[in-house]
Design a protein around this ligand. Structure first.
Ligand SMILES: *Cc1c(COP(=O)(O)O)cnc(C)c1O
Length: 381
């Protein structure tokens, strides 16, 4: 089914669709292809599958089925959450952090260009939100706090229970981007006091192009896409039934034994990489995503290491996939207070439940040699 020769360690960018998920998707493309808005039996077959999927995803985060709005992915969910609240008002203040995914940062930047104001919460050297600053930034005109659950580059898992509590006490709405943490860290939207939570499918072995926004009952949003009355009139357009059914199937399959498996391999990878001279871990050791490794090596660039790893059949990344084409250092690593030259040196290896110990051993055999070779060539050392 998948290429055994290739070691895929870029699961923070996207994951392989689970074969069981893929067969569900095909079933709903070829046999059960109805439009969920049609009243005949073919439509009702799709409608039933849509509502069953909604219930599965709702239950997984302790929400009610009517609080789940399907979208085209994490980016759209984040746009709907933030613009949806902003445009309920004519102006106002939004709080986010310096280490959010570009789809949050760019959305907030757009709103600022449209007359809204924004504050950015700083993080400490491990990537944890400054909770004191958060308390101080909340003002009477603050419309929304949007802070991600787990970071896609450095894997830091925020204390969103405390963040949610602060928002509740100050009576401001709280949104969290839980795309990276979903199915890897338990999410209970009631416990964390979230008003909105973004999820997606392709980071958890589901198909691309599908995601969801949890919107707590009573929270009013302005919709971004006008048209039919699908998704409680919050997101017009014929529902992506194959994608949604596949998404729910991926959620059903994910379990805690996968988390333990990834965690064990992650720790082996981190502990052995840190034996390389002048290697450092970016992000925290604890409260870190079970599948995330982000390391820097003094005197060598992450891009160069990635190129040599690729030649050995190992897929890695430097920072996030969305920004890896730009030559700018990662905004996340810069927010940790790293020097620009160190932020360029980082390498991200992200595991999945399909990652094997042999694959990790293979990386641990190749990586030290690549770093050594590049250092011999480096003019900086
Ligand atoms: C991947 C990702 C997104 C974007 O999700 P898409 O479904 O690819 O649009 C948003 N936030 C985080 C943290 C992500 O890792």
């Amino acid at each position: 089914m998948f290429d055994r020769k290739l070691v895929y360690l870029d699961n923070g960018a996207t994951t392989m669709v689970d074969p069981k998920v893929a067969s569900k998707v095909v079933e709903y493309m070829t046999e059960k292809y109805g439009n969920a808005s049609s009243l005949h039996q073919k439509g009702q077959e799709a409608k039933i599958a849509l509502e069953e999927s909604r219930a599965i995803i709702a239950k997984s985060i302790n929400a009610k089925p009517n609080e789940i709005i399907f979208t085209s992915g994490g980016s759209e969910a984040n746009n709907l959450a933030i613009k949806g609240i902003a445009y309920q008002h004519k102006k106002g203040h939004i709080i986010t952090s310096l280490i959010e995914h570009p789809c949050v940062l760019e959305t907030v930047k757009f709103l600022v260009s449209d007359g809204f104001t924004a504050s950015y919460i700083k993080v400490n050297s491990e990537g944890f939100i400054d909770l004191e600053q958060l308390k101080q930034e909340i003002r009477p005109d603050t419309l929304l706090v949007s802070i991600m659950h787990a970071n896609n580059e450095i894997g830091v898992i925020q204390d969103i229970e405390t963040i949610g509590k602060i928002c509740k006490e100050k009576k401001v709405l709280f949104h969290t981007d839980a795309v990276q943490s979903y199915t890897k860290v338990p999410i209970d939207v009631k416990k964390i006091n979230a008003d909105m939570t973004s999820l997606n499918s392709h980071k958890i072995h589901g198909p691309k192009g599908v995601g969801a926004l949890f919107v707590k009952n009573g929270v009013k949003l302005k919709r971004l896409i006008d048209g039919g009355s699908q998704e409680k009139k919050l997101r017009a357009g014929t529902e992506n039934i194959p994608g949604i059914v596949g998404f729910a199937e991926a959620v059903k399959i994910a379990n805690n034994s996968h988390v333990k498996h990834m965690q064990k391999l992650r720790d082996k990878l981190i502990n052995n990489i840190l034996k390389i001279k002048d290697a450092r871990l970016n992000g925290p050791m604890k409260k870190r995503l079970c599948n995330n490794v982000n390391v820097s090596f003094k005197f060598v660039e992450g891009e160069a290491i990635g190129g040599y790893l690729d030649a050995d059949g190992i897929c890695s990344s430097t920072g996030s996939a969305c920004s890896s084409k730009s030559l700018e250092p990662s905004h996340v690593l810069m927010a940790l207070g790293m020097k620009e030259e160190d932020a360029h040196g980082s390498l991200r290896l992200t595991l999945s439940r399909f990652t094997t110990e042999q694959e990790i051993d293979f990386v641990l055999e190749k990586l030290p040699k690549i770093v050594e070779k590049l250092r011999r060539m480096s003019p900086f050392k």
